[in-house]
Ligand binder design. Sequence first.
Ligand SMILES: O=C(O)[C@@H](CO)OP(=O)(O)O
Length: 247
Amino acid sequence: MKRIVLLRHGESTWNKENRFTGWTDVDLSEKGIEEALKAGEVLKKENFVFNKAYTSYLKRAVKTLNCVLDKLDQDWIPVEKSWRLNEKHYGSLQGLNKSETAEKYGEEQVLIWRRSYDIAPAPLAEDDPRNPRFDIRYKEVPDRELPRTESLKQTIERIMPYWEKVIFPNLKTADDLLVVAHGNSLRGIIKHLKNISDDEIVKLNLPTAVPYVFEFDDNYNLVKDYFLGDADEIKKKMNAVANQGKK
Ligand SMILES: O=C(O)[C@@H](CO)OP(=O)(O)O
């Protein structure tokens, strides 16, 4: 049996403040660190030994991974970071409070921006200092590939080359892989793995720092997927994420 564990980072300071984050590089909150350490403990209890881990270029994911590996005493394993695992770029919404945005534009519009498959928020202006083209960490990425905003569809399009060429083929030699990323970048991967329709994906809200295990047979077909943890608590966390876009 081969397994890939997907893990959304722990609560960030902007999750706490209920602000659209996207590619903004905010830190974990105190609670986020605790959640990340707890995820590590849960994986330890299940005796996971990872061959390799992947994460994004954003510190809330990187630090969550570090907390998990520390708890597992597997700090030594190879880790690869890629900008392709970054969160969906939230364009000009980045920094805005989600409830205030719902007051202004309506909950339905906010749901479209947050969860629809192919509608993207308005892009950042070319000269906006937050435009990724000004950020040194993306200097190796051709400008035409750097987003100014993204729909989930566009997020999936930039993740897939990395998923299909780098992460997934590793299952040939590895038994257990760990991917620590973000609410929407992981929704994109899950949509692909479970073949979820464009309409159904709107309903998926990922909880922070709850390990989501995907099991594959010898032909790399998905056989089973499940969250590790208390079902009621996970449901509560998912509802809380969904409610962030309400007035
Ligand atoms: O703001 C964001 O970048 C994401 C993840 O925290 O939020 P949402 O759940 O609204 O897509």
